[in-house]
Design a protein around this ligand. Sequence first.
Ligand code: NAP
Length: 319
Amino acid sequence: MKNIAFIHNMDMENQEKWLAQFTILLPNEIIVVADQLTDEQASQVELAIVANPSVDALKRFPNLIWVQSLWAGVETMVNTFRSINQGKTHPTQLVRLIDPYLANTMAEAALTWSLYLYRNIPEYMAQQKQNLWRPIPCPAINTVHVSVLGTGELGTAAMQALVNQGFNVNSWSRNHKDIANVTHYSEQDGLFALLKKTDILICLLPLTDQTHKLLSKETLSLLPKGAKIINFARGGIVNHDDLINALDTDHLSHAVLDVFEQEPLTENSPLWQHPKLSILPHISATTNLDTASKIVADNITRYREHGTIPDTVDLLRGY
Ligand code: NAP
């Protein structure tokens, strides 16, 4: 059995936790941290487990058939793989983590922060600071339109939780979808129509050339006055200057941001102090070691037994 390389940018403590888990789940495999392999050994490796590897780290492994990412979001890796695959007859395939537990965690986050916005919690927290006793009208939940951009693994789970809670749910994605109890839109016209009837907008799109700064002045202005936004996807999808302007001019009433172009958000960023922003440190759905390691181990076992490579990321499309 050939070595499996572990190519990552995590700290030693986390490296050891993952390795310990794989030793239990894949007792017949030899998993070696990338920098412990000589160039000669690295050139023999066909399979790797990765977590945001650099281009240089991957270039030491010219014969990789496929790699398994430990993360669900692979935005930074798409460019890395485009780069290392240049000129290759057999490009290395990238497999991302697809974990129902992670999708459930994102569904929980979508529901939590939608309820936070729907029940006006940011406004009540601000009122408390002023000793202000002022009830805010709250419409019936089935009249509140929550729109989810992206109907993939995470968007679909999020929509299910929102539908079950009683929200009026809309969605938008590239391809047409039939989703029970959800009104679906696609194409640019569909996006514009959806935005016009949205009270709470949740972004669960991947960051690609097409979605970069998708939520900027033009699109944000289509949202009804007082609408609210949640970005769980990637910071680059939202133009933060345009968002702040929409909040400052009272066009939008609040935004929850879990992701930023630069992470961690710098200590002196003005976003921290903005009264209409709730800032989270990229925690809406983090990889769970126990569930993720089992999925990765199953993928590797299936490949060893049947030669089956799991569904791969479309590097051209970007997700
Ligand atoms: P996914 O399964 O690949 O789904 C992506 C969805 O976006 C699909 O529905 C796709 O449409 C849609 N889409 C892509 N490009 C589009 C475009 N140009 N126009 C319209 N729709 C487009 O991804 P996922 O697993 O749900 O994850 C979504 C994102 O969540 C990740 O890329 C990552 O950025 C983020 N994430 C965040 C956290 C966190 O903790 N904050 C954790 C994990 C992931 P089709 O279905 O029509 O192809």
